[in-house]
Design a protein around this ligand. Structure first.
Ligand code: FAD
Length: 310
């Protein structure tokens, strides 16, 4: 718990970001969780995963963009990525994930509109390429604006996916609201940031119980649940709930992070399930990787071994 909180605090530190990037502890650690530096790397790995029957959601790493011009650059990066995915014939298996703060959400009063405009452009390009977009959910202070922008964009782009985090007490209500829209694509995860104990569950068993309650609402609806977890218990419960509510393997999907439980990804895909791998690429991997270490001490130990070997 203390390690998790320390690492989550470190994930937002610009000073540590600079130091860690400078140490070049990188390749062994980064390569395990990140496709590579460029869109071409992500497309290559997405192609390899597609060859093994796995779907992907490709994420351009980066968050808390500090300037509108940078948000425009990130948006352009997504348009380029979608073009490449289209040219590689991968848009039936690969979609994209976008962090709202990477495309401007945190940029003051204008940020919400800017992020909505940028995500709308990405959605239009994705639709043209024949695929979809999912909006990631970030730290708690961004949740209300993210939900607002998803709701407004869905009138034009109904297949826009949204992430909900079960550690937030509000999520069960959000899941119920999203479950009411037929076809609503909802990725349910536990949450990777450091939420406020006043508005979030902090005990693991409470987060898990809340996950199951929201999952049940989504499964028992016309929404399209995207079950984002590596937790064997949650995966079993999702499988049971899907059966109970008459869903086939085409009516929901499991999602896991690139580099996490690849054997389980394979096992589920071999059963005929839809399994989507969240596939990040880019140079700004610091915050993403530190959150992975906070989730799982084994990931932190893997990073520490990589540093000591140098
Ligand atoms: P935990 O509750 O961390 O662990 C439970 C058990 O699962 C562990 O005891 C272990 O048995 C097993 N386990 C967990 N991880 C691993 C692993 N790497 N290898 C082997 N076993 C493991 N969070 C957000 O806040 N916003 C997002 O937009 C977001 N998007 C996500 C997208 C995807 C596809 C996924 C998979 C996760 C995403 N997350 C996101 C992260 C998520 O919120 C969790 O922090 C993360 O998935 C860890 O929780 P868990 O449910 O996997 O398992």
């Amino acid at each position: 718990m203390v390690l998790r909180q320390t690492l989550l605090a470190a994930s937002g530190s610009d000073r540590l970001r600079t130091i860690v990037a400078g140490t070049r502890l990188t390749r062994g650690v980064v390569d395990r969780f990140v496709a590579g530096e460029h869109a071409e790397d992500a497309v290559r790995v997405a192609g390899e995963l597609a060859g093994r029957g796995l779907l992907t959601s490709v994420d351009h790493l980066g968050e808390e963009t500090g300037h509108p011009a940078q948000a425009a650059e990130v948006t352009k990066g997504y348009l380029h990525l979608l073009r490449l995915l289209g040219e590689a014939g991968l848009t039936s298996s690969a979609e994209v994930s976008v962090k709202p703060t990477a495309v401007g959400l945190a940029l003051g009063d204008e940020g919400e509109q800017l992020a909505a405009d940028n995500i709308s452009r990405i959605c239009a390009a994705a639709a043209e390429a024949g695929t979809t977009v999912t909006v990631d959910m970030e730290g708690e202070r961004h949740v209300p604006a993210t939900l607002r922008l998803v709701a407004s964009l869905r009138s034009e782009h109904p297949r826009l996916g949204c992430v909900l985090q079960s550690y937030l007490r509000r999520t069960e209500g959000d899941a119920a609201a999203m479950a009411a829209a037929p076809g609503s694509r909802v990725r349910l995860c536990k949450g990777a940031y450091a939420p406020d104990p006043a508005t979030a569950y902090t005990a693991r068993r409470d987060v898990d119980a809340a996950y199951v309650r929201s999952l049940r609402r989504l499964m028992d609806s016309e929404a399209y649940p995207m079950v984002a977890t590596h937790d064997p218990r949650m995966i079993d419960i999702a499988t049971t709930l899907a059966r109970r509510f008459g869903r086939t393997y085409d009516d929901f999907e499991y999602q896991m992070l690139y580099g996490a439980r690849p054997d389980e990804q394979r096992r589920l895909a071999d059963l005929g399930a839809r399994v989507r791998v969240y596939l990040p690429y880019g140079g700004d991997w610091y915050g993403y990787l530190v959150r992975r270490m906070a989730e799982r001490p084994a990931n932190a130990a893997f990073a520490a071994r990589a540093v000591l070997r140098r």
